[in-house]
Design a binder for this molecule. Sequence first.
Ligand code: TA6
Length: 301
Amino acid sequence: MATAFQDSLNFTLPDSATLGEKSSNFSVISISNQHADAEISIQGAHIYRFQPKGHTPVLWLSEQSFFESDKAIRGGIPLCWPWFGDHGSDPQLPAHGFARTAPFELLNIQDDPLGQTQITLRLTHQSFNQSYWPEAFILDVAITVGQSLTVSMTMYNQSQSPCVFGSALHSYFHISDINQVSIKGLDQATYYDKVKDFEMDTHNGDITFDQEVDRVFVGTKEAVTIIDSGLNRSITISKSGSESTVIWNPWVDKAATMKDLHHGGYQTMVCVETANALDDTRTIAGNASHTISTTIAVNHL
Ligand code: TA6
């Protein structure tokens, strides 16, 4: 039986899509096509599951994640917007902005000629008007579920005057063991180390993990690759509209403070985030737009 939400749609669902609720009034879209399975919450336009055929899940999801209004899902690809990290001046405002818990509108779901499923969602200043962010905007999110996954976020500045914002597609990846993976593609890249009060440094070689890592690499446009010998696969994260890349694992002590992160969960996750953060914060001219996009491809080693 169709839900009230489904009845509100002004398009016909393709065979690859079904609508449901993860919890009361928490609407989600389930996608199953010839290439992959996925799940997306309407709140936050947040994909929290992506599993290409023949692979284990590519996106990590905490076993203790909330699926409640006004709470971010712990895992998948949270949308950080219109700022990254703590708000610049008001510590009372939510970290990473408000998009990831905002009520998006589901605009359309359609299958393309390649058998991929394209989902588009929208947030506007009319539907989300907060005194602390008075800008006139449209924020569109386009998700393409195929053998690879693409998530694009486009901000349209609806005012005549410039608008400054930060963002990130804060992707959590499912890995075999944080002690076994390495990340290629950031050799000689400069980063701000959030664990050392944003001290700047340069990384040499591949990234491996034996402690908390929280680094914002700047001047980085290229793809990075997670090498996971435990799952015998690589995950390549390519991007556009972004020149900063965030690498994060909370490690044991920070993870223990996070009630929505299940015990030991930090060992099977790593974040590789496509961002407009710190030096890469963006200014959009009046009536202009900016798109940040990430494409995630998994291959057997
Ligand atoms: O992207 C890394 C980071 O900024 C970390 O500092 C940590 O705060 C993480 O995001 C998760 O933030 P959240 O607000 O989702 O708990």
